[in-house]
Ligand binder design. Structure first.
Ligand code: HEC
Length: 146
């Protein structure tokens, strides 16, 4: 690695920005973008659950729809060897069926919320608690914090 590249990597790491660039690792960049969308949607739901934002049916619906769509596309973004420079654990490729099952669980839970939309702040809170378990369950096994 050239010195300039190393210096840049250190700066990027210091900023807390993802070190993955679309040119180096398109799959890594694609799945991080999907997870960012999921994170943003959860953030909107948490805001409502905590009462920081008013209950808004359209926001609730869009959030669960975004989570559902994004997590369904997520497992397709893991070609062999694309873990480098990302937070994806090599264990994903060793346990692909389990990894896909964890993604499918979140997809099914988000779809269940869409089928019967949480109708008030408390119901959004309950849904956030349930989906949050799915996030934690997968992250614990398959996401490496960098
Ligand atoms: C099936 C497994 C799985 C599930 C379920 C899952 N994640 Fe992730 N998540 C990952 C993996 C793997 C990464 C690291 C991806 C990478 O760096 O290539 C990640 C990364 C992230 C990131 C960081 C994205 C970035 O900027 O690099 C956020 C935010 C995130 N997840 C939020 C969530 C939330 C919120 C949920 C639940 C609603 C969730 N995830 C559910 C596997 C999962």
């Amino acid at each position: 690695m050239k010195l300039k590249t190393i210096a840049l990597a250190i700066v990027v790491a210091g900023l807390g920005l993802g070190a993955v660039s679309a040119a180096d690792n398109p799959a890594g960049a694609a799945r991080e973008a999907l997870m960012k969308k999921i994170g943003g949607s959860m953030g909107a739901l948490v805001g409502i659950a905590k009462g920081e934002k008013p209950y808004d049916e359209a926001v609730v619906k869009t959030s669960f729809a975004t989570i559902s769509e994004s997590i369904k596309a997520f497992p397709d973004q893991f070609p062999a060897g694309s873990d480098a420079g990302t937070e994806a654990s090599p264990k994903i490729w060793e346990n692909m069926d389990d990894f896909k099952a964890k993604a499918a669980k979140l997809g099914a839970d988000a779809d269940a919320q869409l089928a019967q939309l949480p109708a008030d702040q408390a119901a959004v809170g309950a849904a956030v608690g349930m989906l949050g378990k799915d996030c934690g369950d997968c992250h614990q096994s398959y996401r490496i914090k960098k």
